[in-house]
Design a protein around this ligand. Sequence first.
Ligand code: NG1
Ligand code: MG
Length: 518
Amino acid sequence: MEVPIAKSLSDIYPQDAVESQTRRWNNLIKTFKESYGKLPDFVSRSPGRVNIIGEHIDYCLYEVLPMAIEADVLLAVSVHDQEPGPSTVRLTNVHQQKFESKEFDIPDTGDVHIDSSTLEWTNYFKSGLSGATELLRKKRKDFQQSVGMNILADGTVPSGGGLSSSAAFVCSSALAVMRANGEAKIDKKELVELAIVSERAVGVNSGGMDQSASVFPLQGSALYVSFVPELSAKNVAFPELKSPLVFVIAQSFVAADKHVTAPVCYNLRVVEVTLAALVLARIFGIKQLPSDAGPLGVSLRGFHDAYFQEKEGIKNNHTVSKAEFRDQLQSLVEKIDHYLPQEEGYTRQQLSEILGMSIDEIETKYMKKFPIRADRFKLRQRALHVFGEAIRVLQFYEHLSTNPPKDEKENAELLKALGALMNDTQDSCRDLFENSCPELDELCQLARSAGAYGSRLTGAGWGGCSVHLVPIDKVDKVKRKWVDEYYLRRFPDMTEEKLKEAIVVSKPGSGSCLLEVH
Ligand code: NG1
Ligand code: MG
């Protein structure tokens, strides 16, 4: 499947957004002309995403269900004709005051140096550029160095907010570099895979959900993303409903940027779920966990598949039915309950005894790649969340795949069932995975009290965004509740502008695309 070339903005945005997006587009083109004295050759676009359900399980290689949102990153680009010597890249941003312009040369080697110790907005472009350069070298034996470019960026995905601003930027950058170097047809899967590798280069070891949800989606559908046996994505259309599914996204405004919380939180969870896989393999006598795409080389999914292969002779566990897979997960939840009873986290010493490895070996193999600080590792809670969450994703998927409700009553029952799964995810994130925070818990409680069917944090958590499934006739009531009892109370001097950014009603949007500029 190729990245489409949009003929007009109504190919990309929902009808009621076309007018405002046209104004934004005209401003982008005008500002580009002012900055670089000519029209851009093309614009590359990649949206942010909201994860509907399936939290912190993508790097465990379990399926997730995100959707693209309207907010996105637009990169207007003009290509330098290739003069000999280093090619220059100029980057400016429509939000001049926030993101200062940058210029850098791509050396003759074509290699791009990324200093991921600084939180430079252009690092995301550089990571997309280095990923695309690598892919182009694979595709063309003589490819060495990308052409130079003049770029104007306009991003509307709030950063550090759990809506994958980073993935949107990396994907739109990689797409721009591929197009600037003459790739007419760009395969979506190749683009996602290069974006996943690129984003890891800027220091966050993401699972791959964000990049998939930014590139693959078709308008009006959610995306069922699978990571085994390899990355794949399937559009899942929402059923035609009398009262449509409205997802409302609310910012907590608690800064959850993973570059800040990562050493303490996000990457610690990656270590904990990896250790859980290793310990479970040991407990159930699985000699060798298969190495897989997990950020640290093994995953709970890898343990899951190895367990059923060894205990029930299921050679290729990727071919079992969703119902059978769910039963397997349910049986794993019961096993954890019994075999991983320790509530307080496991110490390095205990891990060393269970795994038969020295503490030094465990640290070198699993705690060096991403710096973490912890004395105990809560294997039980993290594994219970992951297996339970994988079950909820399957249940949510099944609800979406049943035939559409035939009357209001069935319609409401479907929305209630979807919402209940989202509420269960929030409870599991709060109590087992411990990646919520009081502000997110409050936003969820307020929304439910005002009529939301389901409310949960979305993205990494520890702040950032929440997502709510709200009956269309309750949206205003939910917004009012938040403004009165959350935003104005916690941020009394919040401007109207900021409030507008706080709450976003989002319909399932379309993924990456290119736009020609005439
Ligand atoms: P956010 O916080 O939206 O960037 C992060 C990861 C995802 C996934 C979610 C938790 C990155 C770039 N993305 O999403 O892969 O693990 O947390 O489900 O780290
Ligand atoms: Mg991100």
